[in-house]
Design a protein around this ligand. Sequence first.
Ligand code: ZN
Ligand code: ZN
Length: 112
Amino acid sequence: MAADDGDEKVKTFICKNCDFSSSYHYFGTKPPFVKSILLLEEAYVKKDPFSSEGGMITLGSHCHHCKLSVCCSPNCSLFYSKRFCLGCVGQNIEEFPREIQQDIRVVTAQVP
Ligand SMILES: [Zn+2]
Ligand SMILES: [Zn+2]
C-alpha cells in the first residue's frame, strides 16, 4: 500500500488575481535547498524539477499593501522594493516613479 500523503504535506500557492496555482516547497527569503541565495522578498518557492543543481522557481509572494497572494506574472504583480498586486498599484499609482507608472498603464491596458 503506497501512502503518498506521508510526512511532507503538499502546500499550494494560489494567485488571488489569476487563479494560477502550484505546489510549493518553501516560503521565505532563504530557500534551504538552494545554496547561497537570499531573495529580495519573502516568496513562495518551488524546487525546479528540471534542474539537477538545486534550482528554484519563484512562484509569487504577498502584496505588501493588501496581503493577498499574487504570482510573479507582470499581469498580476509588480516588484518595486516590495511586491504589490496590480490592483493596489493602480489605486496608488501616483506613489510610483514615472517609468513604473508607464509600465503599469501598458500592462493594465491589456487586461480586459
Ligand atoms: Zn497571477
Ligand atoms: Zn494588493
